[in-house]
Design a binder for this molecule. Sequence first.
Ligand code: DGT
Ligand code: CA
Ligand code: CA
Ligand code: ZN
Length: 588
Amino acid sequence: MYISHKIWVLCCRGGFETKNFEVANILKEIAVFLEMDDVQFKPRAYEKAARSIEALQEDVEEIYRKGGIKALMEIPGVGKSIAEKIEELIKTGRIKYYEELREKVPVDLESLSGIEGLGPKTIKTLWQELKIRNIEDLEKAALAHKICKLPGFKEKTEQNILKGIEFAKRSKGRFILGFTLPLIRDIENRLKSLPETKRVVVSGSVRRMKETIGDADFLVISDNPKRVMDFFVSMPEVVNIIGKGETKSSVKLKTGMDVDVRVVPEESFGAALQYFTGSKDHNVALRRIAQEKGWKLSEYGLFEGEKQIAGRTEEEIYKKLGLQWIPPELRENTGEIDAARKNKLPKLVDYQDLRGDLQVHSNWTDGVNTIREMAEEAKKLGLEYIVISDHSKSLAMTGGLDEKMLLKQGEEIDALNEQISGIRILKGVELNILKDGSLDISDETLEELDVVSAGIHSQFKQSREEMTRRVLKAIENPNLDILCHPTTREIQKRDPVPLDMDKIIEAAKDNGTILDIDSYPDRLDLKDEYIRKAVEVGAKLGISSDAHSKPHLHYLELGIAQARRGWATAKDIVNTRKVEEFLKMVKS
Ligand code: DGT
Ligand code: CA
Ligand code: CA
Ligand code: ZN
């Protein structure tokens, strides 16, 4: 069982600003600055700490307040030196070390390093040679063919930079849900803790659990809207009040994201929730059904003439319209309304349904925590098993394991299973699918493991035919159990590799290979459309956190949301099964 929702409520207390986002961003930037100067190891350490902190359920400032530097050092990946820098930020509002690094290369790192293919070294060179500070400068220089004239740069580099800029423009103004959710839930809990609020709900794309969101839309029931609005616009992370009224206010946060709050009457709450949850296309279709019946549907209710006939709850609105209540994750007008009319909505996999996690990394490779720590944390979350799937040898940058190390890790897992009760640790690996579709660990060794996963991690630039052939070959390998992050996309960063997904899904079904839904916030790979195809075809699906430190285990929630948006039921997801049954499915 996975109890994410309960955990959020337990961990997030209200009343103060969440520093996590700011801390994580600064640490990530320090990593990039250090990499510019060829510093060894440290960049990875800063990056890992940042990745842990952005996934934390608790505010770092609160952690510090309660336990000082020592408590900070218990955050996975945070050592003494990083802890001291976080302390400095909390105490003084700045980190001197970071400011000194910034002075040397004063560029807009956050946006520049978001461009695919623009590594730290390149950013530094572009600053030194062409004084490029931000994306506008970069675009100008590329269009004027100034970049390809620099030593070591090619025409091709310039074209890739322009492509990267296009990509960044397309995703501009949207935020990756998983990285933003901790802050949104913190605000939600602060609003809930006000004596003046009777109910607080997030609607919009957040409630639909979309991969990225434009803004967050809160709905509130309150007898004293003025107090709620006063509180809302004076939250410490607000940088700009876009509008403030009795029933609606909008603010911009430090993170760049807008948040709306609407106070709505209790008797219209369901109608408002339905309307502001959207999607717009879903709403338009619903309104048409109401019109066909001679009624009118708005954010105030369902009306027959002047008389409100539904609106206090969402359920009564859908019911009046002759529909089953539709889970928010399905509300995209892609067939859910028809299904609801016929009483044929799938019973979606629930947020409590996962018993196992199919991809967990440890400090044997590029993870932060030990196998024991990961297992104990997973057990706390209610999981019954985890697959330890560290990287294999051809991913040298992660310190990937070779045959000998994998067998040695297996011995440690055997020992841990003896020592720890209440959770089973399975032996796995995340192999690299090589250019020709072969795997990088010998069959003999793979036979010793419980679960074998593989994915593409390099050589993304093949033709659609080549890439499809490569992945098909892996799927057909009898040793492979799970194809992980099948399209290898990274949201807002990298397009999926070109693949004939119909063929891949068919082949996965025919070979009994599990298609993984990687829950990491900027992966969410498979995406909803392919999940739905896999469900229709009857291919096996799995959900994994891809955790590289303890806090990342919470990301499973996002993978479950993704599965729900792909219309998957518990039966479609292999790791809703008990461990013995799961292992039987893997081996069949
Ligand atoms: P976002 O913020 O871009 O991620 O996406 P949403 O879906 O949260 O959109 P947002 O914040 O603009 O509006 C919230 C909901 O309000 C939206 O899902 C449906 C509803 N809504 C907004 N504009 C319209 C509209 O013009 N017509 C209808 N029927 N509904 C609308
Ligand atoms: Ca929204
Ligand atoms: Ca909005
Ligand atoms: Zn991977």
